[in-house]
Design a protein around this ligand. Sequence first.
Ligand SMILES: NC(=O)C1=CN([C@@H]2O[C@H](COP(=O)(O)OP(=O)(O)OC[C@H]3O[C@@H](n4cnc5c(N)ncnc54)[C@H](OP(=O)(O)O)[C@@H]3O)[C@@H](O)[C@H]2O)C=CC1
Ligand SMILES: O=C(O)[C@@H]1CCC=N1
Length: 267
Amino acid sequence: MKLAIIGLGNMGQAILSGILKNNILEAEQIIAADKKFANADFEIEEKFKEINITDDNKEAVQKADYIILAVKPQIIELVLEDIQNSAASKVIISIAAGVNTRTLSQYFTANTKIIRVMPNTPALVAEGMSALYYSNLVEADERAFVEKIFNSLGETAEVKESDMDAVTGLSGSGPAFVYIFIEALADAGVLKGLARDTALKLAAQTVKGGAEMVLSSDIHPAALKDMVCSPAGTTIAGVAELENKAFRSAVINAVQKAAERSEELGR
Ligand SMILES: NC(=O)C1=CN([C@@H]2O[C@H](COP(=O)(O)OP(=O)(O)OC[C@H]3O[C@@H](n4cnc5c(N)ncnc54)[C@H](OP(=O)(O)O)[C@@H]3O)[C@@H](O)[C@H]2O)C=CC1
Ligand SMILES: O=C(O)[C@@H]1CCC=N1
């Protein structure tokens, strides 16, 4: 079994790291295609040095059974044109935001198996969330293999294709919204006199701990919030300010805008 990864950027590298770290494939079973990294002068992480990296997408596709497309949506059609004649009867896995199976399938024969995945960057620390959509030709063993890859990067969930834009707005883009929240918490700590590194640690661990409480209990987030709010205490004073500044509405709108942009990229 051989895997090609086209595009070794943020997500391509995260996926490659997970596969190697978890021994899902041996280095010699993987071929990556990215001009930048095929150039010997370019800095590449030590752990990727055993991987065959080419600047020829077609060569990578020809040598593989599974192909992960990890290039930007804006250039994916160029890549698809380039590889379409080499991809017959292979499993195509696209992580590109917005690009739907209708667009992808235009480049391949009717029996090409297509999988869409929306991962996120916490995959780099094995805390990713990947949503997977399998088109109906994909066989059980192929699903199992692809699921294994993305399970090595964190959690997975199977979704309908029609949910992919929502997923992209929430868990695909969501890490950026969380980082902004963490940065703002830390800035507030600094404003109140904390050292920057202390403030950042407090902020990040608070978000991590809050997420863990939600994931590991059946308690609704609203009830968990109530447990922090003492009557006439400190927290409810802060909560009132968040409501006053329409924090929830800003978050909801951010996810909605990101999902709409995903829809746009698919047109
Ligand atoms: N970043 C994220 O949080 C997430 C991204 N995605 C999706 O993943 C995909 C990749 O995103 P991301 O990793 O952030 O993007 P990056 O720009 O970091 O990675 C894309 C890589 O592909 C390379 N590349 C450009 N053109 C070609 C080509 N013709 N053939 C092969 N490789 C090429 C780029 O090189 P160069 O830099 O020289 O152009 C770059 O190294 C996107 O479609 C995005 O929607 C999905 C979920 C989360
Ligand atoms: O911003 C983007 O378009 C990509 C897709 C999801 C996260 N990053």
